[in-house]
Design a protein around this ligand. Structure first.
Ligand code: FES
Length: 144
């Protein structure tokens, strides 16, 4: 019995099918990357009123903390004044990356926002970060 041998034309046809299939996968992956890039598919913070977000000592004056899981960025623009905003960048929905010198930064494409009110300060972001209500109870910052 002789082993099966594909003719040259059949091999080429099969390769074309494989490559076109990979192309479709690539497009699907690219679309998925655009749609759900913040991981949860939602731009809303995922907290409930009363949830403990951080200790006040964790949030430096003039700086802040990005809570990626809760999609919240906490800031302390001036000593004793704590603010919170959605951490989902209004540019492409990725999570902002840091807070420094009174500015919330999204290093993905260079957007920046005020740590005081979430207003756009630079980069491609089309709109401000929405404020999230928080309250300080003792030495803890809670979702309000
Ligand atoms: S997603 Fe933040 S700058 Fe593009």
């Amino acid at each position: 019995m002789t082993p099966p041998v594909a003719r040259l034309g059949e091999v080429r046809a099969n390769r074309r099918i494989v490559f076109s299939g990979l192309g479709a996968l690539g497009v699907a992956a690219a679309l998925a990357g655009c749609a759900g890039s913040d991981g949860g598919g939602s731009s809303k913070p995922s907290v409930a009123a009363g949830d403990e977000l951080a200790a006040t000592a964790d949030v430096p004056v003039g700086g802040g903390v990005v809570l990626a899981d809760q999609k919240i960025v906490l800031t302390q623009p001036v000593a004793g004044e704590f603010k919170a905003f959605t951490a989902v960048c209004t540019h492409q929905g990725l999570t902002v990356t840091s807070v420094k010198d009174g500015t919330i930064l999204c290093a993905h494409h260079g957007s920046s926002y005020s740590a005081e009110d979430g207003a756009v300060e630079g980069g491609p972001a089309p709109s401000a970060l929405a404020e999230v209500a928080v309250k300080v109870q003792g030495d803890k910052i809670l979702a309000a």
